[in-house]
Design a protein around this ligand. Sequence first.
Ligand SMILES: Nc1nc2c(ncn2[C@@H]2O[C@H](COP(=O)(O)OP(=O)(O)O)[C@@H](O)[C@H]2O)c(=O)[nH]1
Ligand SMILES: [Mg+2]
Length: 323
Amino acid sequence: MGLISFLKSKFKKKDTTVDTYSQGMEKSRKNFSNKLSNLSRRYQSVNQEYFEELEQILIESDVGINLTLRIIDEVLDESKREKITDPTKINEILVDKMFVDYASKGDIINELSFKEGIPTVLLVVGVNGVGKTTTIAKLANRYKEQGKKVLLVAADTFRAGAIEQLTIWAERLKVGIVTGAMEADPASVAYDGMKKAKEMGADLVIVDTAGRLQTKNNLMAELAKIKRVIGKEIEGAPQETFLIIDATTGQNGVIQAKAFAEVTNLTGVVITKMDGTSKGGIILAIRDEIGVPVRFIGLGEKMSDLMEFDLDKYLYGLCVEEE
Ligand SMILES: Nc1nc2c(ncn2[C@@H]2O[C@H](COP(=O)(O)OP(=O)(O)O)[C@@H](O)[C@H]2O)c(=O)[nH]1
Ligand SMILES: [Mg+2]
């Protein structure tokens, strides 16, 4: 059974999480899956032009040039080997390859993990406007609902309004917060945050940072300093560093991901604003280019629209047309 048929039967009985994916990815699906089915309708059997058009569709969905070429090669090989010329079958093989490509890079546990007595510290990085602060609020809400004691640390002391924004979230969600003065050293705010985390016995500490596009050396030094301070106070922390990428920025997002991966050790990527783009392939491109797994995905503005990343649901949302 091909992956498309598998996904169709797996998600026949829809649960709400699949609905959130399907709704959040509607624009991407309209773009990608409609193009695929239109293409297969225009050809009796596949030929070189077919594969060229297929390649174009992948590139237009932000799958990225390197991965696109590799996937098309793999589909070509398999179609030759198995002597398949039916366009619909070819499209199914394509989706299989997209799955295998992501999955073959290793097993992933997306949820944060917790150890008794030691706070899990999550450092959140990314450029301005990508959705760092709102994602932090969504994650805080998620883990608070799971019964965790959550503390937010406002180490974005650079942007006007950043501290207030996080404070409003902390009040709304009824979780703790540590702030510093505007333009204070982010590392000193992080230090205060860790002290507070130990005092209150926090399970999860989420540190918001400024997304300054400075030189790589400055960014590297600043993040290294924050990490050093955190690690001094809490052994092994920060256990997680998430990079937030705005899906609507397309290949620019991939460039950001590469830049951040060069300056600091990332343990995960969160893709936001998936609902705002028709080019949902960016997830595959990021995984391919920087190897870091996508841990969560933002599919809308509501708290519940931040979901754990699930490859099956993602590909279902991207590739399976509604009947
Ligand atoms: N539609 C949509 N909007 C989002 C999502 N995530 C964040 N946003 C919006 O993006 C804007 C910038 O978010 P913010 O958290 O302030 O970004 P920051 O500068 O990185 O901290 C806000 O208007 C958010 O509501 C998402 O998954 N979907
Ligand atoms: Mg912010």
